[in-house]
Design a binder for this molecule. Structure first.
Ligand code: IMP
Length: 432
């Protein structure tokens, strides 16, 4: 029995969806513990493409239970749409295999409206949020005014909370942002209807996970976004509004730290970032465009083009520390095929100082210049390779460099989007 956490080591979009989908074969249950429908996991199964924003990618495996923990924020319309779409594609989703925490906070229309209005008002200094209302929903959670899943099951409670919230939100929307106020009756009816649809799925996730652990089952925790979007440890303020690091599994799913056996970090073979914020190894040239186009680097939530750059091992090593990573999963290695020389950032030059870790202050990071190591690229198609030793020698050299710089072993290497386009090196549920 082992409980394993999968975390993105960069700025999100590392390909965690495929990794979780793959590892679900070995797990009994997959749990999301933070974030909301700002995330988007693109999965390709039997040539069919699925984009999931809220439901853990493990749902595609029959017989596995997926849970959405208290630390997430839920847009009920999006969740219901995902359930219906999956059912429509022959993937059975029911309370048997999907559990939603009664305590997860609900994204309300005023959260979305405030997210968008605030970004518009910020103009050039905007964060570049996904506009899904994530930040304002977490704000309400922390200021103790939030609406939780179970509040949708009770008209009286919902009405009371809506009255209180809308008084303030409509004032902000109307008087500060110059937007239209929202209508309480319409929201009440809409959200009660969502509550009715979601009630059968709602349960105590913490207790359900505990039960599984006591039965010796394997649980996989699926991180959303990436370590450097963490609200405390990321490139603040260009971050999301939740803790994306592995430590938040405990608070966001309701389990104790001693229950976690291993944390694996997913590393895209290069770096991408959506939205604003510092990005030391960003490529604003033909190589960046090539990676963007070959890697299909367009946001699965907003469709925005992702900024692309060289692999930054300072970013990855900082994630090794912040998450206590035991191993790495390398994704999208095939996208680098055909680039003659590959650069990897191995440190930052910051004035006269050399840094080996991402500095927490934004000014500090913006002043950093990456120190690159150059590695020879490869021309061969690697999509069909299933053993490390069969990769071209330069590809093996690139992977070895990552492993040596990170100081932890590689567990899996992904050489294409499909489930089978994978080189398995270690079993994440069973390795020292
Ligand atoms: P928010 O999470 O919508 O508030 O957006 C805050 C920042 O996090 C923006 O730069 C977004 O582009 C980024 N972000 C949020 N979710 C994801 C994700 O799943 N992948 C990559 N970036 C994300």
């Amino acid at each position: 029995m082992a409980n394993v956490v999968i975390i993105g080591t960069q700025w999100g979009d590392e390909g965690k969806g495929k990794v979780v989908d793959l590892l679900t074969e070995r797990a009994d249950c997959v749990v999301r513990f933070q974030g909301g429908n700002n995330a988007g996991h693109t999965l390709v199964v039997d040539g069919k493409k699925f984009i999931l924003h809220l439901i853990p990618s493990g749902i595609l495996h029959p017989g596995k239970v997926c849970m959405i923990g208290n630390g997430t924020v839920i847009d009920p319309a999006v969740l219901i749409q995902e359930i219906d779409r999956l059912n429509g594609h022959g993937v059975a989703v029911s309370p048997e295999n999907l559990v939603l925490s009664r305590y997860a906070h609900i994204i309300m229309p005023y959260h979305r409206a405030l997210d968008i209005a605030r970004e518009n008002k910020k103009g050039k200094s905007k964060i570049g949020t996904t506009g899904r209302g994530i930040g304002p929903c977490y704000e309400d959670k922390v200021c103790r005014g939030g609406i939780r899943t179970h509040d949708l099951f009770n008209r009286k409670t919902l009405r009371k909370k809506l009255e209180k919230n809308l008084e303030e939100k409509n004032f902000m929307l109307g008087k500060f942002f110059g937007e239209e106020p929202l209508d309480i009756d319409a929201i009440e009816e809409e959200y009660l209807a969502y509550g009715e649809r979601l009630a059968p799925f709602a349960d105590h996730v913490s207790e359900r996970i505990d039960e599984l652990c006591r039965q010796g089952r394997d649980v996989l925790f699926e991180g959303a976004q990436g370590t450097h979007l963490d609200v405390d440890h990321g490139t603040y303020p260009y971050v999301t509004s939740s803790n994306t690091v592995a430590g938040n599994v405990c608070a966001g799913a309701g389990i104790g730290p001693t229950r976690i056996d291993r944390v694996l970090g997913v590393v895209k073979a290069y770096t991408t970032r959506v939205g604003e914020g510092p990005f030391p190894t960003e490529l604003r040239d033909a190589t960046g465009e090539r990676i963007q186009s070959l890697g299909g680097e367009y946001g699965s939530t907003t469709g925005r083009p992702r900024r692309c750059g060289w692999l930054d091992m300072v970013v990855v090593n900082t994630s090794v520390r912040l998450n206590g990573l035991a191993g790495l999963v390398i994704t999208k290695l095939d996208v680098l095929t055909g680039i003659p020389v590959l650069k990897v950032a191995v440190g930052y030059q910051c004035g006269s100082r050399r840094l080996n870790s991402v500095p927490p202050e934004l000014d500090g990071l913006e002043a950093c210049r990456p120190i690159y190591e150059e590695l020879p690229g490869w021309e061969e198609d690697i999509g069909r390779v299933r053993r490390l030793g069969d990769l071209p020698s330069n590809t093996q050299r690139y992977l070895k460099a990552i492993e040596e710089i990170a100081g932890i072993p590689l567990a899996i290497v992904s050489v294409g989007p499909g489930r089978d386009e994978t080189i398995a090196l270690k079993d994440p549920f069973d390795f020292e």
